[in-house]
Design a protein around this ligand. Sequence first.
Ligand SMILES: [Mn+2]
Length: 412
Amino acid sequence: MKFFHISDLHIGKQLYGYSLLEDQVYVLEQILKEAQKEKPDALLITGDIYDKPVPGAEAVAVFDRFLTGLSRSCPAMQIMVIAGNHDAARRIDYAGDILCQHGIHIVGTPLQRPEDQIRRVTMEDVHGAVDFYLLPFFKPGNLRGVFTEEENTCYVNRAKEEGRSEYEIYLEALLGREDLDASRRKVLLTHQFFVPGDGEKPERTESEIITVGTLDHISAHLLSAFDYVAMGHLHRPQKCGRENIRYCGTPMPYSLSEEKDHKSITVVTLGLPGQEAQVETIALTPLRRVRKLRGSVKELIALAQQEGKMSDQPGKAGQKEINDYVSLVVTDEEPGRYVREQLGMYYSHILEIRFDNRFMQSLMEDQLSEGLSEDYFEMFRSFYEMRNGAGMSGEEAEIFAKLLDETKGGEA
Ligand SMILES: [Mn+2]
């Protein structure tokens, strides 16, 4: 039995104001092609389908086309999807019963009633049955209806007494209600925040919502009954304790902190019952990379001329440009007036431009030694002068002073 594991698609996400839809379509098409080539028995998507609870129409259309494409070109493949913390559970459930008849199993809403069990999809191969358990993202509060009042009180107290999170106690209780057959192979799909549980820390990225403290932590030790655990939530691919308990990560980088990540499809093969699951990856190539570049304006332009592609933008004909999402750190002592315009000719997707030169360093040092300067106007005036090579006009100074006033008003 072979299956693909992908997650955290975050369709509809923006990066510094740039829509990533084109990039997302590009990478989803790669996944589709790999599925056609490798013909896995199943494809698992472990949450955060969309970036927002109410995704835009275009984002919904992109996911719709992806599912339809997969279903048409790999009709025998079962597709299993759970909701993540970014998704609105009940929206994800839309048309679930009909989709189920077409081999697409979507579970958005967590368990509700005492008689509810974790949704199970069973597949067969020559070695027997494989049970897939589809557990969508839950908060402890979502699950109260599954248990009696007594049980709920007991769980909340136990979390406090044992210094464990309520998430962990509730997951343990949920798994305890399942009849996990030791002779059958089992796979869990989940989107909680698991930690290895032996002092090791999971690797985080800037594109995740980071909660403070350990309130939502669940020890991966709870998952020992499963042959493979397909996890969503963390955006960098990594194992969680055991090799076969894995976050597969996002299909493309979603923050500057993921510049060096290798995004991929995780491919899992289950052999005989009791045999260790085999894990491999298929690399995914983004349409545009996320990169941090540093140098003088001249150097940054030279780099674009050297490795850029011919632009197809009007007004840039015959000129090379870099289309990656870039964070540029400009090191010129006097960058001059039109840095953004100049670099914009050679970089089509600038996320941010920052300056690192003696002036900025001394500004930082001053701030550190004096505490944060109160005189924002003075700071901005000197920054403006450095950036533009000339002082503010009277009108500009007035506008800035007014803005500053409004900000202060807002704080009060
Ligand atoms: Mn996510």
